[in-house]
Design a protein around this ligand. Structure first.
Ligand SMILES: Cc1ncc(COP(=O)(O)O)c(C=O)c1O
Ligand SMILES: N[C@@H](CCCC[NH3+])C(=O)O
Length: 414
């Protein structure tokens, strides 16, 4: 399922990646529908018998065909902007299964979310709660609210994607969150439904997640004693994937541990997975244009760059890069670099590969935080996106044109 090598040729489900690149050009993101469905199914399977919602984190890959695929399999959505909300609606997603995270929700974004009837606002500060109260009052509705708790635990991941430490901008520290919840119960247009937390991404150890959960459970019990009933816990996303040799917890094991920790409390569960649903359901195809030897390195110059896939440049993330078919060249160590005018523009360093001009490469694990983080730097049109379903390819986003990039810009009057 997903991406497999058959006789050393890479297939996306039933299609040869060389044929996909031939048809759609490079660079090109290719996704496997079956792989994302299977990843979501692991959550559903592990949560059987619970009251739960799996709210896929739209930011990981927000193409509307991806959202549509997951919505049809019962997913709700975690959004962080009104733009992501409009994507969910355009994809046919149910607004009643949407949770809204993020530290800056503008009043217009709150208004739209209230009008379409989202499931819950994951509030991240006292100031935000006050604004939400007034927007909900204007519309004469009650806003369903969860407070995002910052449990001050070290998720043990890259500092840029750690979100549950006291020094991070996210959430509200436990004591302050208790005070905020008490205040919320006095607000006419706020209805407290849950507590949430999200401590970071690409987590390979589940103990920080379970430590955070213990803190939420202490809060639930203390609030219950005060007569404030919490109906659901939203434990965010964060489960890592294997890019190289990481050993992230299996979704089933993590959820079993969560269920055990809940004991007999009457709590619904929400999860917000992003990466673990889509990362390994996507590759980025790129072609080698030139080979260049210097005293220091052998460079393979490819047509994808940091503007297409920024994770290596931004986080020094290691992603697997392989040729999509065999060739006769002698394998040696290559630095795989793109056309962007930055020394930091690399996709991989010191990779042992057999390369020739024209070789097609697949950057694996590119389904999450890939296309969504791409930009037009160096006036480079963003790549096409293709979804494979069995033996059928669907163009789910056209490659941008230079015209797309210039649209909306204006010269000064003479
Ligand atoms: C609030 C929130 N929920 C969910 C996610 C998804 O995380 P991941 O892709 O690591 O599962 C993120 C991103 O880290 C997030 O900020
Ligand atoms: N963009 C990050 C993950 C960010 C998670 C956002 N909360 C990555 O590529 O690893």
């Amino acid at each position: 399922m997903g991406f497999t090598y058959r006789n050393e040729r890479l297939f996306a489900e039933e299609l040869d990646c060389e044929a996909i690149a031939e048809e759609y050009g490079t660079p090109c993101y290719v996704y496997s529908r079956a792989a994302m469905e299977a990843a979501l199914a692991q959550y559903h399977q592990a949560l059987k018998g619970c009251e739960y919602l799996v709210c896929y984190a739209v930011k990981a890959n927000s193409n509307i065909a991806v959202l549509d695929t997951l919505a049809r399999c019962g997913a709700g959505f975690d959004i962080v902007s009104v733009g992501e909300l409009e994507r969910v609606l355009a994809a046919g997603g149910d607004p009643g299964k949407v949770v809204f995270s993020g530290v800056v929700k503008r009043p217009d974004e709150m208004r739209r979310a209230l009008q379409v009837g989202i499931r819950c606002f994951n509030v991240e500060s006292a100031a935000e709660l006050e604004v939400l109260q007034s927007v909900a009052a204007e519309l004469n509705v009650r806003a369903p609210v969860s407070v995002r708790v910052n449990p001050d635990v070290d998720a043990g991941t890259h500092p840029y994607i750690s979100t549950g430490l006291r020094e991070n901008k996210f959430g509200v520290a436990t004591d302050a969150a208790m005070a905020l919840l008490r205040r919320a119960t006095t607000m006419e247009n706020i209805h407290i439904t849950g507590l949430d937390c999200h401590i970071g991404s690409q987590l390979v150890d589940m103990s920080p997640l379970l430590d955070a959960l213990q803190q939420l459970l202490l809060m639930v019990d203390a609030l219950q004693a005060e007569g404030i009933h919490i109906r659901h816990l939203d434990l965010g996303g964060g489960i890592g994937v294997r890019y190289r040799d990481e050993e992230p917890p299996a979704v089933a094991d993590y959820i079993a541990a969560v269920r055990e920790a809940l004991g007999d409390r009457d709590l619904g569960l929400v999860f917000e997975p992003g990466r673990s649903i889509v990362a390994n359901a996507g590759v980025l195809l790129t072609r080698v244009h030139y080979l260049k030897e210097t005293d220091a390195h052998s460079f393979a110059l490819v047509d994808a760059a940091m503007n297409d896939f920024i994770r290596p440049a931004l986080y020094q993330a290691w992603v697997d890069i392989q040729a999509t078919s065999p060739n006769d060249a002698e394998p040696r160590l290559w630095n795989i670099v793109g056309p962007v005018c930055e020394t930091g523009d690399f996709l991989g360093k010191d990779r042992e590969l057999a390369l020739a001009s024209g070789t097609l490469l697949a950057i694996h694990g590119a389904g999450a935080y890939g296309f969504v983080m791409s930009s037009n730097y160096n006036t480079r049109p963003r790549a096409a996106e293709v979804m494979i379903d069995g033996n059928k390819p669907y163009l789910i986003r056209e490659r941008e044109t230079i015209g797309d990039l210039l649209r909306g810009e204006h010269r000064l009057p003479q």
